[in-house]
Design a protein around this ligand. Structure first.
Ligand SMILES: [Zn+2]
Length: 399
């Protein structure tokens, strides 16, 4: 009920991300934090759970050649083999091996995660946008197929209508097929074996990492089926993991140094039946920073509405942002804290507006903000703005 109310209030035309020079990432304690904007104290970054914080220290990196994204992490395991091999861990092993090969070839490489870390898809895409790599590769291993096949059921997904992404997918498909051709395994596949695009009914890319960083050439590989016991056995062998890592590195190198067209192309297909993994649902960060400022941007019109509501209520805009968040937390608590599911994308407030309102949250209050943000699957800044929107709405009702 409250969700619908908030969704209705916050909906409106979705503003495009304003173009800006990539701000890079901060590497700190082995974790990658994409920079959202610079701040007098230290850069404002997002955490793996997509929370905005001011992060001091660490090493700033502005650009890399290749970003490797080991899929899943934390409670999002991905596929699990009958031998106990977990996709989350396998993806990371292969990514680390591919990184070593790429570094040997002379490329600069960044991994979205180097440990078992819960991380939202939006955070992975934010990392891609922050360092604008020449290639972004999300590494996965599949689940589900049962149809017997003579060769590995490799799938490579590219960005719809992006010729570079399509060519990269075709080359990676070739390399993975060649890498596994030497193994005698009762493979499985589906009709999607090959290089293609998985779409929403709207025609947009179904996969967030491909859709949310359109300016970066991105591909997802599903090398084989971890759900097929013989293939899980095969992938448990570190030498086979190394073979896959080398195949991915070779494919990326071929993409960057040749005009090879790739192969295995299939038509794009519509399939919205995604697993729902990758929302960062219930994601809880360790405390990367103490009490902090959270700022949200408003348009000039939104800002005057906030000022009018604040005047009517005899409060400050800061109070509005803060009280609105507490009100949302109260409603959620009152209804028994049901699982709300992420707020529809079109209802997530755009916090990139030119008028920036900052609120300072104590550690205790920040926990409330985080709880609300997690309940709606949005960032702290978005939750803060949603709180203000709620208060503008309530002030109008009272007026
Ligand atoms: Zn996966």
């Amino acid at each position: 009920m409250v969700v619908l109310l908030l969704a209705a209030m916050a909906s409106g035309p979705v503003a495009a991300e304003p173009p800006h020079a990539p701000l890079g990432v901060v590497l700190k304690d082995g974790v990658v934090f994409p920079v959202i904007r610079d701040h007098p104290v230290a850069p404002v970054v997002t955490t793996p759970c997509t929370t905005e914080i001011v992060l001091e220290g660490g090493t700033r990196i502005l650009h890399v050649d290749v970003v490797l994204d080991p899929g899943h992490g934390g409670p999002e395991t991905g596929s699990v083999g009958s031998n106990g091999l977990v996709e989350r861990d396998l993806n990371l092993s292969v990514a680390l091996l591919a990184e070593r090969e790429l570094v040997d070839l002379g490329y600069s490489v960044l991994l979205t995660r180097r440990t078992d870390l819960h991380m939202s898809i939006r955070q992975r895409a934010a990392i891609a946008r922050a360092v604008t790599p020449r290639v972004f590769l999300s590494i996965h291993h599949n689940g589900g197929a049962v149809r017997p096949s003579d060769d590995a059921g490799t799938e490579a997904f590219h960005q719809a209508g992006n010729a570079d992404s399509r060519r990269l997918a075709g080359i990676l498909y070739e390399e993975l097929q060649a890498a596994f051709a030497g193994y005698w395994v009762p493979w499985v596949d589906t009709v999607h074996q090959g290089a293609s695009s998985r779409l929403r009914a709207s025609g947009a890319d179904a996969y967030g990492v491909l859709r949310l960083a359109p300016e970066v050439t991105s591909v997802i590989t599903e090398a084989l089926y971890l759900s097929n016991p013989p293939e899980a056995e095969l992938m448990a062998d570190p030498t086979v993991q190394a073979v896959e890592g080398r195949a991915l590195a070779t494919g990326i190198d071929r993409f960057l140094t040749t005009d090879d067209p790739g192969s295995g192309f299939r038509p794009a297909f519509v399939d919205e039946a995604m697993t729902g993994t990758g929302t960062g649902w219930g994601c809880v960060d360790p405390d990367y920073s103490g009490p902090s400022d959270v700022s949200a941007g408003y348009t000039a019109d939104e800002h005057s509405a906030i000022l009018a509501a604040a005047t009517r209520l005899g409060r400050s805009p800061d109070w509005l942002q803060r009280f609105g968040v507490h009100a949302m937390d109260f409603f959620h608590d009152l209804s028994g804290r049901p699982d709300l599911g992420p707020l529809p994308e079109s209802s997530v407030p755009d916090v990139t507006g030119p008028v920036v309102l900052m609120s300072s949250w104590t550690t205790e209050e920040r926990a409330v903000l985080r709880r609300v943000a997690a309940a709606y699957g949005i960032t702290d800044a978005e939750a803060q703005k949603l709180g203000a929107i709620l208060m503008v709405f309530l002030a109008k009702l009272m007026g």
